[in-house]
Design a binder for this molecule. Structure first.
Ligand SMILES: Cc1cc2nc3c(=O)[nH]c(=O)nc-3n(C[C@H](O)[C@H](O)[C@H](O)COP(=O)(O)OP(=O)(O)OC[C@H]3O[C@@H](n4cnc5c(N)ncnc54)[C@H](O)[C@@H]3O)c2cc1C
Length: 379
């Protein structure tokens, strides 16, 4: 590190943050980079879907980042970001303030826990501990009803995590069949939307609903959720009795954003322009689930988008610091394999096309290969 290098701070150790680090380092070898995160580790969230069946364990999906930080010559501060001062030039943390010349925020999203009784449900996308709870409950149950559903952020419909919920649903169905006990269980998929998963495209929705029918999964669709109790999901269209409730609410911005003057979208995310710059800010960028970006209403909250946005954010931040024009933008594309433990349905959506292929064993293999390839780069 040279003595007079500019200092860039990156918040988070997820997809957006680590891709930003790689891009910053590849473009500038003397930059002083500090990452602020809770722990020096990366969790590969897309494979959480394989924890209930035992196909993956917590340690398979958690990559210690010591090697990565060493290779990228990154200083790591283990801490919780709590706010900003000096128009973003100081990041406030529980370990003290950190000054910077430029900032990239990749601190992800937060789930809206407002539905009465939500504590009775497991929110799987919260992380490893939540999914391990599902694994343990499934192991302990001899039969009963499993109700699984998701909803969005009413103020920002794109701020939801629907795809993985179909994967948990189909994965649990496949797992119970493999274990020879599917007949002892009733699976019910609930959703306030009549056509859940609409952002994947019409064809994908039809295929997902057809797959539920074929697997004998009941549906309770199009009714506003009013609450959750220990033994039921309550909706305006009646109750869904259940022994295990798995529910994924919509997402909003991190709590620490409230302690900043950064502009927010209607759904509470950081409002960014097409260059990933937080609107009206100097040298403050955002990438991934933390941001709200201009684009089509189906723009996904996905790791792939987080990576694309992080590259643009890093390139633009360097340009801004060096007095060059800020020009990098990101492609909007939805690429997703809806996995069911032994097969997968590939869905692709770009501004020009939208396709959904029927479930194939090859797609499950492709998802596993992608995981291997992605994690290899961070080890
Ligand atoms: C079960 C599941 C399956 C998925 N499947 C897919 C898939 O198949 N394909 C796909 O592309 N995407 C998938 N996704 C979505 C993808 O994982 C997210 O879109 C992606 O993780 C977003 O990356 P991010 O870096 O913005 O946020 P995150 O990965 O959530 O990272 C945020 C980081 O910020 C840190 N952080 C948060 N707050 C603070 C703070 N105050 N101080 C310090 N650090 C903080 C967190 O600890 C974390 O390290 C899936 C997600 C889940 C949960």
């Amino acid at each position: 590190m040279t003595k007079d290098a500019r200092h860039v701070v990156v918040v988070g150790t997820g997809f957006a943050a680590l891709t930003a680090v790689r891009k910053l380092r590849a473009s500038n070898s003397s930059l002083h980079i500090t990452v602020i995160g809770r722990k020096p580790e990366f969790v590969y969230l897309p494979s959480l879907i394989w924890i209930p069946s035992g196909l993956r364990s917590a340690s398979d999906l958690t990559v210690p980042l010591d090697n990565f930080f060493k290779r990228q010559r990154v200083e790591f501060l283990a801490g919780e970001v709590t706010g900003l001062a000096d128009q973003g030039r100081t990041v406030l943390t529980d370990k003290g303030p950190v000054a910077n010349d430029g900032l990239i925020i990749g601190s992800g999203g937060r789930f809206i826990k407002k539905l009465p009784g939500i504590e009775h449900a497991i929110t799987p996308c919260e992380g490893i501990a939540a999914v391990e709870k599902i694994r343990d409950r499934l192991r302990a149950m001899t039969g009963g009803t499993i109700a699984l559903g998701f909803s969005g952020n009413p103020n920002e419909p794109s701020s939801m995590r629907g795809g993985p919920m179909f994967e948990f649903l189909f994965g649990i169905d496949t797992q119970l069949r493999r274990e020879g006990r599917r007949d002892n269980f009733k699976l019910v998929f609930f959703n306030p939307m009549p056509s859940p998963g609409k952002r994947l495209g019409e064809k994908a929705v039809q295929q997902l609903l057809a797959s539920m029918k074929q697997r004998g999964i009941a549906t309770h669709l199009g009714h506003k959720l009013t609450g959750i109790a220990a033994d039921k999901v309550m909706t305006e269209g009646g109750d869904v009795p259940a022994d295990l409730i798995i529910f994924q609410p919509g997402m909003t911005g991190n709590a620490w954003f409230d302690a900043t003057d950064l502009p927010r979208s209607p759904g509470g995310l950081l409002k960014a322009d097409r260059h990933c710059r937080v609107e009206g800010q100097r040298a403050v960028y955002v990438a991934g689930d933390a941001g709200s970006f201009p684009g089509p209403d189906w723009m996904p909250k996905q790791a792939h988008m987080a990576d694309l946005q992080a590259k643009a954010a890093a390139e633009n931040l360097l340009a801004e610091l060096e007095g060059r024009p800020v020009t990098a933008t990101f492609k909007v594309e939805l690429m997703c394999i809806v996995d069911s433990l032994d097969k997968g349905m590939l869905v692709v959506r770009t501004p020009a096309r939208n396709s959904a292929w029927p479930e194939m064993g090859l797609m499950h293999t492709a998802k596993r290969l992608f995981e291997w390839w992605y994690l290899r780069q961070l080890r």
